[in-house]
Design a protein around this ligand. Structure first.
Ligand SMILES: [Zn+2]
Length: 303
């Protein structure tokens, strides 16, 4: 097991590409959108010395990039669309589940003796009671690697975040729980990242809003998400943690269509080993190898 204290937080945002400016891009002209305000054909600079890497989500396969194949690629380092010959929306099918069960980043880290690892998101009792027929790429990967699920009790104890980090959707479902500010959620994520070698957080509302084509709602959501990231970056120890933000495909950056876009996605790398990590990333298939390499090297270098 590596003796250094390095750790990685992977911050996954569903459906966020790098789009051109214009009336259909909710990030254009949006106040408080840093670090998400990244536009096509513009030199991208960002806060806290982050490095922006436009990342290919099309993966050499015709058609629009989709969630199941993109997420399976991010979580395994295998170019799944290229291997299987198609992009797949929604939840992973049997072929993708097989790949996730054998090659997920959780499993690769565990096999290499790197831990502890965790998924920061909260699962509700309803998930366990009504076990859905289709599960997300992350859920399948966690189960195969025996990573414990964080639950509402963990959230209440300050050791988990809901995918909607404000807790609003949980409260609307009748959970007896307090709303959370971006600052509070950021503190929980920073604590989890300090206690684990690898922490994953997933945010999905961006993709849902992209399909709804609601510009005003998109702007509100993106502003609050950007605030969470800024608050996280001031709370997390960037001297020992690499923060990697990425997405599976474009969507919310172009509300002229309800479809996913063909745009590259923004990978942004902050903190420890950021230059080394950023250099390795060209496509979604490069995320897992870059994380493995940074967590498995003996002496992490400060940059
Ligand atoms: Zn997606």
């Amino acid at each position: 097991m590596p003796s250094d204290a390095s750790s990685v937080l992977l911050f996954f945002i569903d459906g966020l590409g790098i789009g051109a400016r214009g009336p259909f891009n909710p990030l254009d002209g949006l106040e408080g959108a840093e670090p998400l305000a990244i536009f096509a054909d513009e030199q991208a600079t960002t806060i806290h010395e982050g490095i922006v890497v436009p990342t290919d989500a099309r993966l050499g396969v015709e058609g629009r990039p989709q969630s199941a194949s993109g997420q399976t690629t991010i979580l395994t380092g295998i170019n799944v669309p290229q291997l299987l010959g198609y992009h797949k929306q929604g939840f992973p099918n049997a072929e993708m589940l097989e790949i996730l069960r054998n090659h997920s980043i959780f499993l690769q880290l565990t096999r290499a003796g790197v831990g502890p690892i965790t998924f920061a998101n909260t699962y509700t009792q309803r998930f366990f009671d009504e076990r859905p027929r289709w599960v997300s790429a992350t859920t399948a990967a966690m189960e195969a690697a025996a990573v414990p699920f964080r639950q509402v009790a963990d959230l209440k104890a300050g050791c988990a975040v809901f995918h909607d980090f404000t807790n609003q959707l949980l409260i609307e479902r009748g959970e007896d729980i307090e709303p959370r500010s971006a600052e509070q959620a950021a503190q929980v994520l920073a604590s989890l990242a300090s206690e684990h070698k690898f922490t994953l957080y997933e945010y999905f509302i961006t993709d849902k809003i992209g399909h709804k084509q609601d510009v005003q709602l998109a702007r509100t959501i993106l502003q609050n998400l950007a605030r969470l990231i800024r608050e996280l970056l001031v709370r997390i120890d960037l001297d020992r943690t690499s923060v990697i933000l990425t997405s599976d495909h474009g969507n919310i950056e172009d509300l002229s269509s309800r479809n996913h876009t063909l745009n590259s996605v923004p990978t942004i790398v902050w903190g420890l080993n950021r230059i080394q990590i950023a250099k390795q990333i060209k496509t979604l298939a490069d995320i897992t190898p870059a994380i493995l390499q940074t967590l498995m090297q003996k002496t992490a270098s400060h940059q």
